[in-house]
Design a binder for this molecule. Sequence first.
Ligand code: UD1
Length: 418
Amino acid sequence: MNALRIHGGRRLTGEWRVHSAKNAVLPIMAASILTGETTRLEGCPELVDVAYMADILRTLGCRIHSGDGALTIDPQGLNRHEMPDALAKKIRSSIFLLGSILARFRKATVTFPGGCEIGLRPIDLHLSGLRQLGVDVREEGGLIRCDGRHMRAGTVHFDYPSVGATENVMMAAVLLRGRTVLSNVAREPEICDLQSLLNAMGARISGAGTHTVTVEGVERLHGVSYQPMPDRIVAGTLLAAAAATGGDVRLTNVPCRDLYAVFTKLREMGCEINEEESAARLRAPQRLTAFQQLQTQPHPGFPTDMQAQMLALAAMAKGTSVVVENVFENRFAHAGDLNRMGANVLVNGRTAVVQGVEALYGAHVTARDLRGGAALVIAGLAARGETLVERAGLIDRGYERLEDMLGALGADIRRESV
Ligand code: UD1
């Protein structure tokens, strides 16, 4: 088992280039099977979730090659419409393949997907979207069997703007004859990135980033070489780490416009942030000030994927902060570990009340999910003494060697097998 050992108290300074976004890469990998030609992803980060997704695509018959920071997917040999059980359970993004497999085969079978333990995470919105396209969906003993023989373009309305469901239905609709209009869609920037990728492959999609996406069906898509967008959550996490240590850090390859909600909270806490075209510099005060309230929301609201990291900052800030998690119903697992480090966090349902303390203290803690794990690392960087974050493999799902990023900025952090 992997762990990260941190000696706290080092101020982070310097520069780092942010890698491409996991949440852009995964749906793009799913989209690669919409064509028979090769897709090349430039600057693809080495993440555990990317490796899982590559394994699933291999099992479906794709050839995958990685090297020079690029990932190529050749779907010529694609010959299976059934998702491998064991892998699909490990990674929630396997569900994104439903739309693209259906588009290619007009049928698909998947197991209920896995992923981080941060709530129920049902897939009813995905299935409802597909049903609205005329797919016959049957749920039988843990399997979902989809028959897309009668799929047709049309209108799809989502009861809630789910990121994954929006992406899935975009992919399912892209090869259907006629126009499909998706309403109440998610507006996350990664959806814009998927639209750009699909359009670069020959699709005709517009509206990503607004409440309505329109897909004009095309007959076929072609291969492409594409650079996925930078990871706004990795950027936010590194800025939060700088904030925790009174640091001064400049990040490049940062989608500043997609981070306004995060920047606003960090400024509220006393940080100075200078935005450039695609870079951001954060200068932290000696001690952070509590933000009054933070509520997670679908984009452009505050991202749930930054909630844990902000909770860690609130734990060491002067004053009381309130955090409300509106997106996932069970996303405060990190609070208990922060309390082991001397924090004072009280969780009641979807709300956490954080009484900031003067100092956190190093402890043995355990990552329970991807972003919660990153939050414990941030706490460890600021804590007095030594922190060991166990189950660091969960952090590797979304950060390409977090210890290298932080080490380059001056942190004392190393990976160990325990
Ligand atoms: C994506 C991101 C994840 C991020 C989340 C919210 C990827 C690979 N992952 O996940 O990092 O935390 O967006 O920004 O892009 N829901 C349902 N039924 C469904 C689908 C979702 O009830 O069919 C609920 C979920 O349980 C959750 C909420 O809707 O409470 C948001 O989920 P969704 O937007 O779908 O997130 P993901 O696409 O899974």
